[in-house]
Design a binder for this molecule. Structure first.
Ligand code: UN1
Length: 516
């Protein structure tokens, strides 16, 4: 291939990473900068079922060695990784802005989240505690040990291309597992570079294997089906609820416990006593940060009647100030392009839902183009897929109230009182993030105890979870498994109970205890 250069940088030609080898197997696909389709970011192959099997076998092989490395030594690799990621932060950020169209600021946050995760788990290698447990018999001791599960299959989305994979990869390898990872086809270059940095940190070949997929291929599906072949011992997935449900079924029939981080329709409630300025800013950021392409983005802003009109006026003013464009060439934009065509099309579709169901469009005119200009656009709108910040007035029961849209769209919903606000905040099938703005402690208490959500903010936006808190949801947002923080260790290990007999006799539990 001719080295492809643009004002953004070079294009990478990358292969799958299997057992430490770079493997070019399968048809080559391209990843282009979503803010400027002229810019080729990477060329990468699309893995077949056999490529995945090869990767799973390499991971099985590596597991025999890696599981035996002492956990503090595995942790030391992560400490190196944290240092290397810190050193490479700027390069990764630039690549992220280019490959998925995030702003520099948000890309910085994404990489920082991985650094924080590496720092957190590096010392966890020295704390993978088990217990000593008293025996009911004499001269006998009981212990518990955490053991790794084996080979973990992983599928991740492209909207958090470093942070979200780090939540999975880092605890998985710290606890002694090995991995076959199918990253998003929206972020092949970042995924490749990330794994190369693990290797530089001292991770042995075969511990993390990467097999790329492509838009219309079935690589992800085949990876899931490797559970049926007995090649995987655990599955971790971030993506849509529909796909997560299916992965849960395949894992279930193989008696595996998956980690499923799925969609959200996160409510942000503004009560009558709220600090309006704070609430407007938080709601705006929850709606439009990352162009709404976060699983924690707000879906509905639910506002109490006495302040509704005032909130609406201020929120629309704030929305009008949103700057959209190419984040690489115009770093001050609020958000950039859609990460991919599929998300754009779904977002476009919701304009029809709104009209069909009688929602009122308060702001927004679908795709930004030269003929349909948005006043605060920076760059070339035709070079990628960009959307107007969009605000609706909607009600529970409407499709756009209930379904995740994953784009720059928000609904304002008017409610009469706190009871109705909580009811509306729960009137959808998800339960990931949530927020309430109020200065009354009793109202905040009612909200946090009655909302069905894995994460709740009081006087803060729905986005921006910290790296050492449990991340995950209830209902359609996941299966209860948590990522991040200490809780995730539970998902990548099993407990082994060991008893050691010193009596020199066959003592029988429950029968030789002296009580019977
Ligand atoms: C996601 O969108 O999949 O809490 C993850 C947040 C980020 C992670 C989002 N720290 O918004």
């Amino acid at each position: 291939m001719q080295p492809h250069r643009s004002k953004y940088g070079n294009a990478l030609e990358i292969g799958h990473l299997i057992g430490g080898e770079e493997v070019f197997e399968g048809e080559m696909q391209e990843r282009r900068n979503p803010a400027d389709r002229e810019d080729l970011v990477a060329r990468f192959p699309v893995g077949a079922k056999e490529t995945l099997r090869k990767a799973a076998r390499a991971a099985q092989e590596a597991f025999r060695m890696w599981a035996r490395i002492p956990a503090p030594v595995r942790g030391a690799v992560l400490m190196n990784l944290a240092q290397i990621l810190t050193r490479e932060k700027e390069t990764l950020v630039r690549l992220m802005v280019r490959e998925v169209g995030k702003t520099f600021k948000e890309a910085g946050g994404d990489v920082q989240e991985a650094i924080d995760t590496a720092v957190f788990f590096a010392s966890e290698g020295r704390r993978l505690y088990g217990q000593t447990v008293p025996s009911e018999m004499r001269d006998k001791e009981l212990f518990t040990f955490r053991r790794p599960l084996g080979v973990v299959g992983m599928i991740t989305a492209g909207n958090f291309p470093i942070a979200v994979p780090s939540w999975k990869l880092i605890p998985a390898v710290l606890t002694g597992n090995t991995v076959v990872w199918k990253p998003s086809e929206d972020s092949p270059a970042l995924s490749y570079v990330f794994v190369r940095l693990f290797e530089e940190a001292g991770l042995p070949p075969g511990v993390i294997n990467v097999v790329f997929g492509g838009g219309k291929d079935s690589t992800g599906q085949w990876l899931v089906e490797l559970m049926d072949e007995g090649l995987l011992n655990k599955f971790a997935f971030t993506g849509s609820t529909a796909v997560g449900r299916w992965i849960g079924e395949v894992a279930g029939r193989n008696l595996l416990r998956p980690t499923l981080e799925l969609g959200g329709k996160n409510p942000l409630v503004v009560l009558r006593d709220a600090d309006l300025e704070l609430a407007v800013e938080g709601a705006w950021w929850s709606a439009f940060a990352t162009g709404g392409q976060r699983c924690t983005s707000a879906g509905n802003i639910i506002v109490e009647a006495p302040i509704y009109e005032e909130f609406k006026k201020r929120f629309l003013e704030k929305t009008e100030s949103t700057v959209v464009g190419n984040p690489f060439t115009h770093p001050q934009v609020t958000y950039g392009p859609f990460i991919n065509q599929r998300l754009f099309e779904r977002w476009l579709e919701h304009y029809t839902w709104g009209q069909q169901e009688g929602a009122q469009l308060l702001f927004g005119k679908a795709r930004i183009t030269v003929k349909n200009p948005y006043p605060h656009f920076q760059g070339d709108p035709e070079a990628g897929l960009f959307g107007w910040p969009t605000v609706w007035e909607a009600r529970p029961g409407m499709r756009q109230f209930e379904q995740e849209i994953f784009g720059p769209t928000i609904n304002l919903v008017r409610v009469e009182d706190l009871d109705e606000a909580i009811e509306a905040a729960n009137a959808h099938g998800y339960g990931l993030s949530s927020a309430v703005y109020t200065n009354r402690r009793d109202w905040a208490y009612r909200f946090k105890t009655e909302i069905k959500a894995g994460m709740t903010s009081i006087n803060n936006s729905t986005v921006g979870a910290e790296a050492h808190l449990p991340f995950g949801g209830v209902r359609g947002s996941g299966n209860g498994a948590r990522e991040s923080g200490i809780w995730v260790i539970e998902e990548y290990t099993y407990w082994q109970a060991v008893n050691e007999e010193y009596s020199g006799r066959l003592q029988l539990a429950q029968m030789d205890t002296g009580y019977t």
